[in-house]
Design a protein around this ligand. Structure first.
Ligand SMILES: Cc1cc2nc3c(=O)[nH]c(=O)nc-3n(C[C@H](O)[C@H](O)[C@H](O)COP(=O)(O)OP(=O)(O)OC[C@H]3O[C@@H](n4cnc5c(N)ncnc54)[C@H](O)[C@@H]3O)c2cc1C
Length: 512
């Protein structure tokens, strides 16, 4: 059995390598990177002023045209542009961010007056920039504003890990409410609701399930009575070091908690189905990811229709097994006639993954270099673009990386996968990579912003992660800052020239 798996994986890898090589001229990254029909129901109603992807045969150099900032930021009001440029510029000053991080983590926050002042300052700066609203109503305004400019939303209610069934029940209600809220928004303006399985199933149970799934994978005689139909979760190079000895079977209480978690996910998917909005399930760290994939693929089998994947999973390209795992899952789904949807990200838990592997004296599951991560991302992207060009399925390329955007957009053009296909979406976080978003939109692709929302207290961990990410003058927001400043200067100059001309005209009319 193990031998058969090895051969299958080897063949798949060879296919992946061949496909990636076909894209090699573009896949060669520069040493210095800037840091179906069915889904047509969702995308076909995009605002008419947004162009569609041009035909094949393009060399990729015209995907992003950043030279004309007037066109690029045409849909952004000056007030918003000024606020964004100011927030990103402050976020780039490292000592400033370090001080803010120190303050928000300090005991000073126990003093109510101090806490209120800090929260107030955060609310009008980072929160306004990176968060779409405090609730579904405020977020709806953001969605409408984005939709008017040809950008769709992926609603992401700010939830962190749930510890018990009570917090999971609260999260389930919030997610259902989120999916329902899309019904009062312009049709197609929201493509996805983001779901964290860690909010619907207590994290202790996700750990237990992941252990059991790993053990089962490596011991064919070990049976999991609770396990329902799913797709492959592991490849032969997936990390198994988290589970060094045979885990105890689930007890009655754990089995009941699992049943509750299954039901919560069903309820959220049903609401998504009813509201004609798709569900994208986020990925977390490797200690619990097998259980998340188990739930994701179980729900995919239940809800993905002939042409249209309702449930998308997430592949983290920084893991060494990402491309192999994705290909195995896709192949198994194809055999079942099941369309699959993937969101591809690089991955957000690099430090903790490396620390854990290091402490256990095992090989890190994360690629050893960033170049390997970039190459793996591109292999996964090209593989899926190839698949959806001729078959069913869906792909979200979630990245702020310009080189990847250019590679994927060029391939997509070559294959004729434009906005109207409904199969491909480029996604970035709200408040980040705006230039790339508008550039891809202008080039005729489907673009979305991940829209985290929730009260300021609840969203703090998310904001702290964004602060870290945008820290430093060379951070990924550098291009946005530069282009926003250029556009602000242009608008200011145009304003003064206009005013000057007006005064001159008035003076002339008085003289005459
Ligand atoms: C819409 C959206 C949804 C997301 N959802 C998820 C999710 O569900 N789960 C999740 O984990 N993350 C998620 N992320 C975050 C994502 O994983 C990345 O952390 C983030 O987007 C930065 O990667 P990049 O492709 O944008 O940019 P880049 O700046 O090109 O790449 C940075 C990334 O490269 C990798 N990297 C950096 N240094 C090294 C190194 N030395 N060796 C190997 N790899 C390295 C890391 O993954 C790092 O985050 C999401 C991001 C977006 C935009």
């Amino acid at each position: 059995m193990a031998m058969v798996n090895k051969n299958v994986s080897y063949k798949l890898l060879r296919t992946l390598a061949r496909r990636a090589n076909a894209a090699s001229p573009l896949r060669c990254h520069q040493a210095q990177r800037a840091t179906s029909n069915a889904t047509t129901t969702v995308v076909s109603q995009a605002p008419k002023h947004i162009p569609t992807a041009s035909p094949a045969g393009n060399d990729g150099d015209d995907i992003f045209d950043f030279s004309d900032t007037k066109v690029l930021f045409a849909s952004v009001p000056t007030g918003k542009l000024l606020h964004s440029a100011a927030t990103l510029s402050v976020a780039a000053v490292e000592p400033m961010v370090d001080l803010s991080l120190w303050v928000t983590n300090s005991r000073l926050m126990d003093v109510p007056l101090f806490k209120n002042a800090v929260m107030g300052a955060i609310k009008y700066t980072a929160y306004d920039h990176f968060v779409a609203g405090s609730d579904t109503v405020e977020t709806g305004h953001t969605v409408r504003r984005l939709w008017d400019s040809g950008v769709r939303g992926m609603l992401d209610y700010g939830l962190e890990h749930a510890v018990d069934n009570e917090s999971c029940d609260i999260a389930e209600k919030q997610l259902i409410k989120t999916a329902e809220s899309t019904q009062s928004l312009p049709p197609s303006s929201v493509g996805f609701v983001a779901v964290k399985v860690t909010a619907l199933c207590p994290v202790y149970l996700l750990r237990r399930l992941s252990d059991l799934l790993r053990w089962e994978h490596n011991n064919s005689s070990f049976k999991l009575p609770w396990k329902q139909q799913t797709l492959p979760i592991f490849s032969e190079i997936s990390p198994f070091y988290h589970t060094l000895q045979q885990p105890a079977p689930l007890n009655a209480e754990e089995e009941r908690d699992l049943e509750l978690a299954h039901q919560r996910l069903v309820n959220v998917c049903e609401k998504g189905f009813e509201s004609n909005v798709r569900i994208v399930i986020d990925a977390e760290d490797t200690s619990i990811q097998p259980a998340i994939d188990y739930f994701t693929y179980w729900a995919s089998i239940k809800y993905n229709e002939k042409q249209r994947p309702l449930v998308y999973g997430t592949i983290q390209a920084y893991t060494k097994d990402a491309d192999m795992r994705m290909a195995l899952t896709k192949k198994a789904a194809d055999k079942m006639g099941l369309p699959t949807g993937f969101k591809i990200v690089r991955g957000a838990y690099m430090s903790s993954e490396r620390e854990l592997a290091n402490s256990l004296g095992v090989d890190s599951p994360i690629h050893d270099t960033i170049e390997n991560t970039h190459n793996c991302y591109d292999r996964c992207a090209v593989f899926m673009l190839d698949e959806i060009a001729t078959g069913p399925g869906g792909l979200i390329l979630a990245t702020h990386n310009l080189q990847t955007g250019k590679l994927a957009a060029t391939k997509a053009r070559e294959y004729g996968i434009g906005k109207d296909s409904g199969k491909l979406e480029f996604a970035s976080l709200y408040g980040m990579a705006d230039a790339m978003t508008f550039g891809l939109r202008n080039a005729g692709f489907g673009v979305s912003k991940y829209l985290p929302f929730g009260p300021v207290d609840q969203i703090m961990p998310y904001l702290l992660r964004r602060a870290e990410e945008n820290k430093g003058m060379l951070s990924s927001s550098a291009l946005d800052r530069e282009l926003m400043m250029k556009e602000l200067k242009r608008r200011m100059k145009a304003y003064f020239t206009d005013s000057e001309n007006k005064v001159k005209r008035q003076a002339n009319s008085i003289v005459n």
